[in-house]
Design a protein around this ligand. Structure first.
Ligand code: B1M
Length: 209
């Protein structure tokens, strides 16, 4: 059966309608959501490498990302354990100036799978918007994602604003994204950092224990 290969091909080509159909069909054929997820991640990895080598450009990457997120939306409900007693509450978002949401969406999905209630603010979230969300939702963890070296600084500004508003003490600040390092996390006063979505969920679980 060629379904997973076709999903990969059409994600890379950004053919959302075909990706949607094939993802549903793969599930009907009995593929595990993890197999589909790995296929999607591998496809984005291929696109990312081509982007780096200037073999594809922003528009192609954008439509591939759209196709990825559509497939992710289809498999996400399967991962929701439908808990009534959440492990904890997380407010998540991609920082201001940054529109990359694939990694953030994966982290969110893993957190939900782990049993967290996740409030997703979306992309391009300013320090003030994070602070407002913390006031509104009173989360255990605030999770920030950044993919650009130019937007990482917003994490620092957000932590500063949380401190100024007296919200920092009872909150775990969790950061991640390709350019983030544990050293950077330490420098800006974040509590934790992780390299990928799966370990992010593991680390979050440890935090609320
Ligand atoms: Co852009 N982009 N992009 N891009 N893009 C990168 C990030 C880049 C590395 C490409 C390159 O090779 N040059 C580069 C950044 C360079 C830098 O700053 N160091 C770059 C650039 C430059 C840009 C633009 C400036 C390009 C331009 O316009 N000239 C522009 C900026 C737009 C903006 O944000 N303001 C831009 C635009 C875009 C698209 C819109 C086309 C698209 C995003 C679409 C979308 O997300 N909906 C896009 C994409 C897709 C990429 C690449 C190809 C792939 C990113 C991705 O989704 N990876 C990327 C190159 C690459 O990484 N190979 C690139 C897959 C994803 C699963 O991984 O997001 O790293 P990642 O998430 C991982 C971990 O990082 C971690 O877990 C995830 C899963 O394991 N993680 C966390 C992420 N967040 C976490 C939070 C946590 C914990 C872990 O706790 C809270």
């Amino acid at each position: 059966d060629n379904t997973l290969n076709e999903i990969s091909k059409y994600v890379q080509e950004g053919q959302s309608i075909k990706v949607r159909k094939l993802t549903i069909s793969a599930l009907e054929k009995g593929y595990d959501y993890k197999q589909i997820l790995n296929t999607l991640i591998d496809a984005m990895d291929i696109i990312g490498k081509k982007f780096k080598k200037n073999e594809v450009y922003v528009p192609e990457v954008l439509i591939a990302s759209r196709a990825f997120n559509i497939a992710l939306d289809i498999i996400s409900p399967l991962i929701d354990p439908n808990v009534t007693n959440y492990l904890g509450k997380v407010v998540i978002g991609t920082v201001q100036g940054d529109l990359h949401d694939i990694g953030k969406n994966l982290v969110k999905m893993m957190l939900v799978g782990m049993g967290f209630q996740v409030i997703d603010l979306g992309v391009d979230i300013s320090p003030q918007e994070f602070v407002d969300a913390v006031k509104k939702h009173d989360p255990d963890i605030i999770a920030m994602s950044a993919l650009l070296t130019t937007t990482m600084i917003t994490m620092k500004n957000t932590i500063k604003l949380l401190e100024e508003e007296g919200l920092r003490d009872n909150l775990t600040v969790f950061i991640g994204g390709a350019p983030i390092t544990s050293n950077y996390a330490r420098t800006i006063g974040a509590d934790v950092y992780s390299t990928d979505a799966a370990s992010a969920a593991e680390v979050a679980k440890e935090i609320v224990r």
